[in-house]
Design a protein around this ligand. Structure first.
Ligand SMILES: [Zn+2]
Length: 397
């Protein structure tokens, strides 16, 4: 027997489907949504909802697709708050700080790693996130990278092997030998648990040539590529990333006009992670406005990680994108939902069309604009995934 429910008296229902509502967000006002067996089975005007299905009145609040977080580093141990405080006092950020977390991660038990990640996923659900990609990248040896992706695979379908986060400390003076390990034994051990391969192509991490070698090895093992680049300096990796059909090129704090034109003409999503620019006090934010004006697809993510952006909060990213990168509120919300889904090459999440997964969040606000208008305020009332409540403040009648 099918299991259905309807939420009604929704002030604004954001569907992200312009065919069924207003604007690019496909907004339906005075709306209702019906879920059947974890799938959106109907959306429309509340007055048109099927009267035979049990209804819950949400009290004139707005409902949005669950956020799709396409970039996170949740498998780690240890604390780097002192490093953050020092950075704010003037010590510059460098990729080398990752090694601090590597020591703690290697020393942690599986359960310690699992519990850190679970707690962070709970935080994400409390702020409206329903899909999350999780990367390895703090083990940096075969055994610890393998267990990182194995634990990640317990928690999400979107697992990324990032053995090439930085060069492991044991290979400090021989990066190419570390790359040999990454594309050899480490990839063999990690590929069975992973869908994606990633590399940090930047100053202090890997060169464009090394990054190409790593991504091509992953592709040969049926992993799909994504990439970190141009966080710390203007690099030359964008062309390579597009050529290899990376689903997403993330960070992009430094971009040339030619990079923007190339991304706009490609299938590679521009993954912007303004929490990292915020928490490292980058000299400027990525050129989000220019990317959208050129026609690129933009995804937003908090890039949760212990070194450069220790936040899980997507609404804060929306506020930063609007305030600092001059996205409109509509563009920022789209980037945090549909943009993330496109970045993960998923068509079942990030929107609330009929047939989509019933992943959505109810806001304690009459308008989704409050996500940017009320920065730092925990606006999420209730979060559903596959039609099940995964977080609630208990304020739903
Ligand atoms: Zn990252």
């Amino acid at each position: 027997m099918s299991n259905s429910f309807t939420l009604t008296n929704i002030s604004q229902l954001v569907t992200n489907n312009s065919a069924i509502g207003d604007g690019d967000l496909g907004v339906i006002t005075n709306a209702a949504i019906t879920v059947t067996d974890g799938i959106v089975s109907w959306v429309g005007q509340a007055s048109d909802a099927d009267s035979s299905v049990a209804k819950t009145d949400v009290g004139g609040r707005s409902l949005i697709p669950g956020f799709v977080d396409s970039h996170s580093h949740l498998i780690f141990a240890g604390d780097r708050s002192e490093e953050f405080a020092a950075r704010m006092a003037g010590v510059p950020y460098s990729a080398g700080g990752i090694k601090v977390t590597t020591d703690a991660t290697r020393s942690a038990s599986d359960d310690q790693l699992r519990n850190v990640a679970r707690d962070l996923i709970t935080e994400m659900q409390e702020s409206g996130t329903t899909t999350v990609e999780i990367k390895s990248g703090y083990g940096l040896d075969v055994a610890n990278e393998e267990r990182s992706v194995r634990i990640a695979a317990e928690l999400t379908d979107e697992v990324t092997f990032l053995g090439a986060h930085v060069v492991a400390p044991e290979f400090a003076n021989d990066a190419d030998s570390y790359v040999d390990l990454v594309v050899g034994k480490m990839l063999d051990a990690c590929a069975p648990h992973s869908s994606w391969i990633d590399v940090f192509c930047d100053r202090g991490a890997f060169t464009t040539a090394q990054s190409r070698r790593i991504l091509e090895a992953g592709i040969a093992k049926q992993l799909k590529p994504r990439i970190h680049l141009n966080q710390l300096e203007q690099g030359d990796g964008i062309t390579m990333a597009i050529e290899l059909d990376c689903a997403s090129a993330d960070h992009l704090t430094y971009l040339t006009d030619a990079d923007i034109t190339a991304l706009a003409a490609s299938n590679t999503v521009a993954g912007l992670v303004p929490g990292a620019d915020f928490s490292t006090r980058a000299p400027h934010y990525p050129r989000g406005r220019d990317l959208l004006d050129a026609g690129a697809v933009v995804a937003l993510s908090p890039d949760c990680n212990p070194g450069s952006s220790f936040t899980t909060n997507m609404p804060l990213m929306i506020a930063l994108a609007v305030r600092e990168m001059r996205l409109t509120v509509d563009e920022a919300l789209f980037a945090a939902t549909m943009g993330g889904a496109i970045s993960l090459r998923r068509d079942d999440v990030g929107h609330l069309s009929i047939g989509a997964r019933a992943d959505f969040a109810l806001l304690n606000a009459p308008s989704y604009i409050h996500l940017a208008y009320r920065p730092g305020v925990p606006l999420i009332s209730t979060t559903w995934k596959d039609g099940n409540v995964i977080f609630t403040k208990g304020d739903l009648a």
